[in-house]
Design a binder for this molecule. Structure first.
Ligand SMILES: Nc1ncnc2c1ncn2[C@@H]1O[C@H](COP(=O)(O)OP(=O)(O)OP(=O)(O)O)[C@@H](O)[C@H]1O
Ligand SMILES: [Mg+2]
Length: 249
């Protein structure tokens, strides 16, 4: 056995400032996270309850600019990143400007999941969509259903534009399928920029109760429903547990 060095330097880890392997570390020194233990504990607990019970939770965090909403999400991210089990994290922000940006936050999440860059040409987007769906969605029928709906979200030219409810059911099915074996988190930043009546309904629709471990026949039945009916899947679902807390100074 080799002899012990004369002096061993010990370090105590006091806080986490980056994701695994030092990724996503801020360029500036990060101030310690103060005064929001209760809020952080609450979102952690809601995450675990949701994952254990295979049901969705929606948490709305509101407060004035700079109060710490994004920081709370970053702290949750670091916590989940440090867990032994995988978590599929998605984050997107609503834009305050521009045409056709109602679903920008969602498209950011989907692009990140499918490893599609904002500037990628259509051929690359189509290719990544196909390979991404093959990777994440096991049922070919589900893939066939989801593909044109995500394609429209990602700006792939299609022979016909699908109706909003139809799109929602495809987007929702994508995230349902992702959540079958791994918990899924979706963080929507800057929700105040949502266009009333458009994005509001996608967040509500997607955050409704997620059918985890559901069979293909179930999803097919739901698709049939969504094709012929006026509402989207989320509209027919019972209310989901939601938590709202205001961040105040
Ligand atoms: N609890 C906290 N402890 C220490 N620093 C914090 C805390 N909350 C926020 N901060 C710091 O304050 C700054 C602003 O916080 P943050 O960006 O999270 O605000 P926000 O509510 O998301 O603002 P906006 O509405 O503009 O998006 C950041 O530098 C962040 O690290
Ligand atoms: Mg913010």
């Amino acid at each position: 056995m080799p002899p012990l060095p004369a002096r061993i330097r010990l370090f105590r880890a006091t806080r986490v400032v980056a994701a695994t392997a030092g990724s996503q570390r801020s360029g500036v020194i990060e101030a310690p996270f103060l005064g929001r233990d209760h809020e952080l504990r609450l979102v952690k607990e809601l995450f675990h309850a949701s994952a254990e019970r295979h049901s969705a939770r929606m948490v709305l965090v509101s407060g004035v600019a700079g109060i710490g909403k994004s920081r709370l999400s970053w702290e949750l991210f670091k916590y989940l990143d440090g867990l032994a089990d995988d978590v599929l994290w998605h984050s997107g922000r609503c834009l305050s400007y521009g045409e056709g940006v109602s679903y920008w936050a969602l498209s950011e999440m989907v692009r990140a999941r499918l490893q599609i860059g904002e500037e990628d040409p259509q051929a690359v987007v189509s290719d990544r969509l196909r390979t991404g769906l093959e990777r994440w969605i096991s049922d070919p029928a589900d893939r066939e259903y989801i593909s044109p709906r995500l394609g429209q979200l990602l700006g792939i030219a299609a022979p016909r534009q699908l109706a909003k409810e139809d799109l929602f059911s495809g987007w929702r099915l994508f995230f349902e399928r992702l959540s079958e074996f791994t918990p899924v988190v979706m963080v929507v930043e800057d929700l105040q920029w949502q266009t009333p009546g458009s994005s509001t309904s996608w967040t509500t629709s997607l955050s409704g109760p997620v059918t985890t471990r559901s069979s293909s026949s179930c999803s097919r039945a739901r698709r049939q429903q969504s094709k012929g009916a006026s509402g989207c899947l989320g509209d027919r679902s019972p209310p989901f547990p939601s938590t709202r807390f205001l961040t105040r100074s």
